[in-house]
Design a protein around this ligand. Structure first.
Ligand code: PLP
Length: 380
């Protein structure tokens, strides 16, 4: 008798949380193309195309650009493991969940971590980061989150980079939610290590972390006293991704690479500026409409991100229950607060293919329908 095994039938969802976002159909199609071996010379040409397109996406003409085969967190960890050695001082701007994670991992790398904090919804002011740098002139690294997905706050990264450009310190930026959705010019701004993710504004599946590393950072890595973990060894990764003939480092996730290839092609075909403007327009429309409904946004308006909007849950409303009903009744995923200390909030992402006013209206319509039936909202 044949055993009845479960079949795989995930429902259709509109993914408008903090990520992952819906994958572009063309990106899914790319993953159906013929599988190649990781040492096939044809694949090695494809890797070079990916690196070339990624350079343009980061706007990083020099240094090393490649996608790591890992999550965004591991992209963060790879940067810290490469740029820090035990005893180094790292200044970390922390005004949300992911800034805290950077500080945590930097500590695990043996660094003395100087945290510069701000409240939920605020950006850490650049002058406070610079003050800490004055107090710790031997600091080796400044780290900030360009787009803090836990709060919807964007850090003024270009301004920070300009302020510390003449100092002997490297600048690391978490661009997980900004690459492909928010203005970013890693080379011209002078970012030394930027990392991102495939599952946010690039609208590809999760699993890869594109990075951009400056010449100054590579120089620092070359002069390390201690080795970096094998999986994060950028020299060895460069040997596979960029140098030819390619040298085996690990078995690459071939279909994920096809997906990224297509996602980058779509990004560049649309044009970076056009893509950023599309995110700006969709985010601004959503934010305007939410405020018109009497809802309060978490982020300081001056630093509000477009791809991610955090909305305070009004008093008397069960925010989690609203999320459950959005999912169950409307097939729409939105996020809640991240971590135990987060204020009660909904996090709405309009990223990649979902960065349109039409998608924003779909989410707003679903919120209206769910909240209309929340009697306690009469007072909002
Ligand atoms: C700003 C930011 N940094 C880092 C991460 C970690 O990425 P991952 O969940 O892929 O490890 C995320 C994930 O949402 C993020 O939003």
């Amino acid at each position: 008798m044949r055993e009845e095994l479960p079949t795989l039938e995930p429902p259709e969802r509109l993914l408008c949380g903090p990520g992952p976002t819906n994958v572009e159909p063309a990106v899914i199609d790319a993953m159906r193309k013929p599988m190649l071996g990781h040492l096939d010379p044809v694949l090695h040409d494809i890797l070079l195309d990916v690196v070339d397109m990624l350079r343009r996406a980061w706007r990083m003409p020099d240094g090393l650009v490649l996608p790591l085969h890992c999550t965004g967190t591991a992209g963060m960890e790879a940067g810290l493991a490469n740029l820090l050695e035990p005893g180094d001082t790292a200044i970390v701007a922390r005004s949300g969940y992911f800034g805290r994670r950077i500080a945590d991992i930097a500590g695990r790398c043996g660094a003395e971590v100087v945290s510069v904090t701000a409240d939920w919804g605020e950006a850490v002011p650049n002058e406070r980061i610079v003050q800490e740098l004055d107090r710790h002139p031997r600091a080796r690294l400044v780290a900030v989150v360009h787009a803090e997905t836990s709060t919807g706050v964007g850090h003024p990264l270009a301004e920070l980079a300009a302020e510390i450009r003449d100092r002997d310190v490297l600048l690391m930026a978490d661009c997980v939610t900004s690459l492909g959705g928010v203005e970013l010019d890693a080379g011209a701004w002078g970012i030394d290590y930027a990392y991102s993710c495939t599952q946010k504004c690039l609208a590809a599946p999760p699993g890869m972390s594109p990075i951009a590393v400056s010449e100054a950072a590579l120089e620092r890595i070359r002069s390390r006293r201690t080795p970096v973990p094998f999986s994060f060894d950028l020299r060895l990764l460069e040997g596979y991704w960029v140098e030819r003939p390619a040298a085996y480092h690990h078995t690459a996730p071939i279909l994920g690479i096809y997906a990224l290839h297509e996602a980058l092609r779509m990004l560049l075909e649309e044009g970076l500026e056009t893509r950023w403007a599309r995110h700006t327009e969709a985010g601004a429309h959503l934010q305007r409409e939410l405020k018109a409904r009497g809802l309060e946004l978490l982020a300081d308006p001056e630093h509000q991100l477009a791809p991610l909007t955090a909305v305070r849950v009004p008093d008397g409303i069960d925010g989690k229950e609203v999320q459950v009903r959005l999912l169950r009744e409307h097939g729409i995923e939105v996020g809640g607060g991240l971590g135990p200390s987060a204020p009660s909030m909904w996090r709405i992402g309009l990223m990649g293919r979902n960065a349109t006013t039409e998608t924003a209206d779909r989410v707003l319509g679903a919120f209206d329908a769910v909240l209309d039936r929340e009697p306690s909202l009469a007072s909002v």
